[in-house]
Design a protein around this ligand. Structure first.
Ligand code: QUE
Length: 350
């Protein structure tokens, strides 16, 4: 380990504790961070000294903003090897967590987006605080809502997961509870005491969460869930846009404005991804599909342009190509979703 590791994996008491430690980049995940977390989880898998795994972050500024997308874009502009390697390792970690045999807990205190969602959602206990901001913002950079989005988002009630995927909406703790994204709400100020209590007595985690649980308040999304259920239950992205136009409400106009800023290609990719994810029989099957998508979209214009506009130049004015939903053909989508040769396909850890 270097003097300042990007992720800290150690045993404290009877808890395997993983602390994201890349505060300068909002703990955005690198390939090496994913490798280290995987190694720790494999080492703890059959170690009786570890009774629970806890994910948290160092510093103040949020749990995890996503992945190292500058690296992904640099790689995608070339041969894409590093980008595919990142997805391969990250998705193996996501899938390992999904079927991990010990209780797992993630503390989503602050920004929890993209790659951070992939760590938190497979955990049994998912804590939100008043500082939690959750989103899958990838349609805004021409990527796609990966790390299991096809599985989790398509299983949320009332098509709310598709709404999250397409709009990239940021939601707070009460909405996270409404959608099942968070299992518990705890005030940030009490997290230190809660963590200490869990580290001291991991089998008591359920009791402790009940003791520390606070009220997240009313979920603002409840006011829109019927509209979302009706409109986002449409048969495709164009149908959803048409239904929003027909709805003729301030809320619907706001959704249209948001969707108009997103990559048309990614909107259609995400729609198909969630359809396939809903039908997937296993999480691993879903991740193999997402890996196909990832291997293709990192090379495409919209991802390179999205990262330029949002992350590099910060002009927030990406020029998408194709520029309209109508111009995103089924042939293009088929090429993005086509199975990889078996020697290149994603497989879960054994
Ligand atoms: C979509 C994304 C990401 C994003 C913004 C999007 C993402 C990501 C970051 C990010 C933010 C702040 C940082 C950083 C990365 O932003 O994945 O290093 O300091 O990691 O619209 O998918």
């Amino acid at each position: 380990m270097t003097a300042d590791p990007e992720v800290l994996c150690r045993i404290e008491g009877r808890v395997g504790r993983i602390t994201l430690n890349r505060p300068g980049a909002l703990h955005a995940l690198t390939t090496n961070m994913c490798r280290h977390m995987t190694d720790a989880l494999l080492a703890w898998h059959d170690d009786p000294a570890v009774e629970l795994v806890m994910f948290d972050h160092s510093g103040e500024r949020g749990f995890c903003a996503g992945g190292d997308i500058r690296m992904l874009a640099d790689s995608g502009a070339g041969d894409g090897h590093e980008a595919r390697e990142f997805f391969y390792i990250e998705y193996r970690l996501n899938e390992l967590l999904f079927r991990y045999p010990k209780p797992t807990l993630a503390i989503m205190d602050g920004i929890t987006m993209g790659g951070g969602v992939g760590l938190a959602q497979p955990c049994r206990y998912r804590l939100a605080t008043e500082r939690t901001t959750f989103a899958m913002p990838e349609t805004g950079i021409g990527l796609f809502p990966d790390v299991g989005g096809g599985w989790y988002l398509s299983r949320m009630p009332h098509h709310l997961g598709l709404w999250l995927a397409l709009t990239g909406a940021r939601i707070k703790a009460a909405d996270c509870e409404l959608l099942g994204i968070a299992t518990d709400f705890v005030e940030t100020a009490r997290l230190g005491d809660l963590k200490a209590a869990i580290l001291a007595d991991p089998p008591a985690v359920e009791t402790l969460l009940t003791q520390f649980e606070a009220d997240a308040g009313r979920p603002p999304l409840a006011a829109h869930q019927d509209d979302i259920a009706r409109i986002f239950g449409g048969p495709g992205v164009e149908a959803i846009v048409a239904a929003l136009k027909a709805a003729d409400t301030d809320w619907a106009r706001d959704q249209l404005k948001v969707l108009a800023t997103k990559s048309p290609q990614t909107l259609k990719v995400a729609f198909r991804q969630l359809q396939l994810g809903a039908a997937a029989e296993t999480f691993a099957e879903n991740m193999a599909t997402e890996y196909c998508i990832g291997a293709r979209v990192v090379h495409r214009h919209d991802f390179l342009e999205g990262v330029r506009a949002v992350i590099v130049d910060k002009d927030n004015a990406p020029k998408w190509n194709p520029a309209t939903l109508e111009a995103v053909s089924d042939d293009l989508l088929d090429s993005i979703f086509a199975a990889l040769p078996s020697t290149e396909a994603w497989t879960p850890l054994t």
